[in-house]
Structures are given as C-alpha cells and as structure tokens.
Design a protein. Sequence first.
Length: 403
Amino acid sequence: MLQPQQPVTGNRPSASRGLGLRVHPGMHPLNAVHPPSQHRPDGGDPGGLEGTENGHDNRRDIGDILQQIMTITDQSLDEAQAKKHALNCHRMKPALFSVLCEIKEKTGLSMRNAHEEEHPDPQLVRLDNMLLAEGVAGPEKGGGAAAAVSAATSSGGMSPDSSLEHSDYKSKLSQIRTIYHTELEKYEQACSEFTTHVMNLLREQSRTRPISPREIERMVAIIHRKFSSIQTQLKQSTCEAVMILRSRFLDARRKRRNFSKQATEGLNEYFYSHLSNPYPSEEAKEELAKTCGITVSQVSNWFGNKRIRYKKNIGKFQEEANLYAMKTALGATQSEESPHTPNSTGSGSFSLSGSADCFLGVPPMNGEQPSYHMGAETNGNWQEQNTPPSAASPGSDHSDNSD
DNA sequence: TTAGATGATTCGTA
DNA sequence: TACGAATCATCTAA
C-alpha cells in the first residue's frame, strides 16, 4: 500500500498544513484520478488498493507529482518555482494533465453554474433609479437637487426666504455625490485590478491544470458579483444619506410656518360664511390662495383640516363661528348703511367686515348662497351633520355639539 | 417645559 | 381624484 508521502523538502510535517487534500491512510491519492468505471464512492476501493499494492510505477509517479503539487504551498517561493518547473518538465505531466481533464469533464465541474442567468437585481435597479432621480448618479447638472427643491416648493412647504437653505442643500448633496463617485471609482478600479490578477493566475495555473476559458469567465463573473454587492451597499448608504439630507432640508413639515393672521382670518371667514358647504371650488381656492399669499394645495389642506377638526369638535369652534358671523353681519350692516363705501381696506386684502356674498370677490361655491345658517344643502350630508344651529345667532347658546 | 394648535403627509375609500 | 381620517412634526402660548 502506498503510504502518504512526506513533502519532498522534508522540513515539516505534511499532515498539519496544506490544502486539506493530503492522502490519508486507506485512501490512495490516485482515487481522484481513477476513471469512473473504477471509482468506488462507497469508500472501499479494492481496485485502487490493488493497483498500489502491485507497485505500479506509473501510478507511483503520478502520486509523486500530486504530492509535490500538494506541498508546493508549504515551500518558499524559490523552491516552489523550482518545483513547478520540475513538474512542468516531468515526463508524466502530459498524462496526468489529460487524466485531470478527463476527470474534470466527467464530474461536470466545468459546467457547474453554467446555466446561471444574469438577472438585474431589482433592488439595485431601484437604488440606481433613486440616485439618478436625486442627481447623485448620472450627469451632474444640479437637476436632482433642483427637482427636489422644486417638488418641495410646489407642495407649498417652502418659504421664499429658503434659498439659502437650498444652496446649503445643494452643496451637501454635491458632497454626497463626490464621495459616492470617488468610492465607486475605487471599487471599480479594485475590481478591475483584482480581476486581472485572478485571470493571470488562472492562465498561469492552466499550464498545470485544466482551466477552460469558460471557467475563467465564470470566475470573473463571481468576482464582479462580489464587487457588485459592495457597490450595492455603497449605493444603499448613499441613498440613506440623501434621504436624511432631504428630510432635514426639504421636508415641508419641518419647515412648517403658521399662516399669517390675515390669511387665517380670510380662510376662516370663507369657511364660516360657507359653513353649509365648506368645499371651495377650484376657482375659489385659487382666489383664496392668491389673496392669502399661500398655494392652492395649502388652501386645500387648510380646508381639509378645518372640516375634519370642526366636525370633531363643533362645540369648540362654536365661538369662532359666532365671531365670524358677527363680523360678517356687522360688515353687511355697514354695507347697507353706506353701499358705495368699499368695505375693505383695499383690494387684495381681507376684510372682516364684508358680507359673505361679496367676500372679496371669491366666487361662491357651486353657485350657492354663502350663509352661516342652515342654507341650501349642497354637499352631501355635511350641512345637516355639522352646521351648528346657532351659528347664525351670535351670543346664542354654546352647547357642545361635538360628536 | 409642555399641552394644545396647526400645517403637511399618508393611506384608504368612493 | 377629491375627500376623510389618522398621524406626524413643528409652532406657540402659558
């Protein structure tokens, strides 16, 4: 029986290090290269053992070569080079090489993962799209920041004096972009270098073991996948940074400012004068937006909030409703007394004295006559549920009608 | 510091 | 798509 051979150098024990492929008692090194017909996967290998016990010269040579290969990593570089050269020149090398090729082909190793398909990672696609949209990836033209700023502005959350913060935002986004591209370049360069290195190694190794071009390609693909996952992490971190930056600078809720008293009064005046149907038309919203100095969406938000909060606690708003009713009534009286006297201090500003009908020229909703009382029903069951019976009677009871 | 007010956002629904 | 409802985040007065 062929015993495991000590490294040629003989300067260290062979069983403690190496590739873990050392021959152990009971297993002949040539088991790995037996043709499949002789291979015994059940552990027993009478044929192989028989062969070694017969002291087959060729197989002993091959065993020597294999053993030398196994111990190459344990040797110094010079020794290894010399050994490699010796192996390359060995008379049995072509035979061993062809056997390895054959075995490799039959085990299907070379076809492993051959059917793996390259699908774009959906997460990566999302990250790419986001970075593109934010202006971090892709050509730098300030588009992302500008788009984000314009989006925030159009939502009505940005005040005109926020241009300084915009520039701050842009500069920080630019920093993120710079870091992102620097890191990306580093990764790409490292990937390229590593790929080249591995390909050279494989080409070199292909002289002593069978390595198909397809195998090299697959190895390159594996490397690229690994680096791609690192890049994904980079993109993820960048996205998070942009999100934090964006929320810090552009989240309208963080920039919330209360409307001016004048604007709030104007909105309230409209609301209570149309209490039976507080749903301003688009034209009315636009007019309100213009006169209050806010956006149409802010008007919509305000009415949405007002309706829901009014409905939730009618009693609480009763006093407010009465106040605006009184103001309107007073304004109407003054108008009657001096019909030619403008009831506002000037066009474009809100007056608390005008009647609901002539409320700064804001078109009545759906053609209804604005009123504080239970007027024409125009919007579902809002009116019957939410219009307080005493709204038109300032000073009347303030009973809590909240639901 | 804190509770209430308020503007904005999100989500489900008709 | 507008709206209601819930919720968040900030403002403000006490």
